[in-house]
Design a protein around this ligand. Structure first.
Ligand code: IYR
Length: 221
């Protein structure tokens, strides 16, 4: 049933000068985000992670169905299980399942089948996409635009974590069905991404890669 609409409260209103200052400042900050693969074992306060996940949960979604579920993993024995399962898949991936064209584009990143960060980082956040849910009456309810929705939520999560000075690695072992099993997620959910979260290690090296030329990512009429 449709509820009455409520007044929208404009959260912030800036003049053009102030907008320009803030857009530039935020751009500079976001440009400093890098995906890293070496994490410190330093602990991260639970409330920080919960706040960042609440931020992710503010994302827009198809029909407001919020088709996402986030599993915070801190338990070393679960992290170990995830690492072992991911490495098993990755060994097959790098040994040929990926195919030469895929392996060619990955070469610049220097990645391989070893995933020590899955145990070293204090937190893994397994993100699930809910293709459908089972309602209170046991009826299956289809969700719409699930990939788009969970993708947007994940973007907000990465941004929120960067905002508090934490580093992330968007890890996508393929296939990653093992996450459903290890984390006991219900039918209707598919693993979307495994986000590795923590403070960066003291010394971190990142690939020397560029972002595309701006003219290649934007056009205008
Ligand atoms: N899942 C593999 C391979 C991999 C794939 C992409 I696309 C990357 O951007 C990075 C790695 C792995 O995690 O090593």
């Amino acid at each position: 049933m449709k509820k009455e609409s409520i007044p929208y409260q404009r959260p912030i209103e800036l003049n053009d000068t102030e907008m320009l200052r803030r857009s530039g400042q935020f751009l500079k900050f976001m440009k400093s985000r890098r995906t890293i693969r070496e994490f410190s074992q330093q602990e991260v306060p639970q409330q920080v992670i919960l706040d960042c996940l609440k931020t992710a949960g503010t994302a827009p979604s198809g029909a407001n169905q919020q088709p996402w579920h986030f599993v915070i993993v801190r338990d070393p024995s679960i992290k170990k299980q995830i690492r072992l399962a991911a490495e098993e898949e990755e060994r097959k991936f790098y040994a040929g399942r990926a195919g030469d064209t895929w392996l060619d584009v990955l070469e610049q990143l220097g990645t391989d089948a070893n995933k020590p960060f899955l145990e070293e980082a204090p937190i893994l956040i397994a993100i699930f996409e809910q293709k459908y849910r089972i309602d209170d009456q046991g009826v299956k309810v289809k969700h719409y635009y699930t990939k788009e929705s969970v993708g947007i939520a994940t973007g907000l999560l990465i941004t929120a974590l960067h905002h508090v000075g934490l580093a992330t690695l968007t890890h996508t072992p393929s296939p990653m069905n093992f996450l459903t099993k290890i984390l006991r997620r219900p039918e209707g959910e598919r693993p979307f991404l495994l986000l590795v979260v923590g403070h960066p290690a003291d010394v971190v090296k990142v690939p020397d890669i560029d972002k595309k030329d701006f003219r290649d990512i934007v056009s205008q009429f």
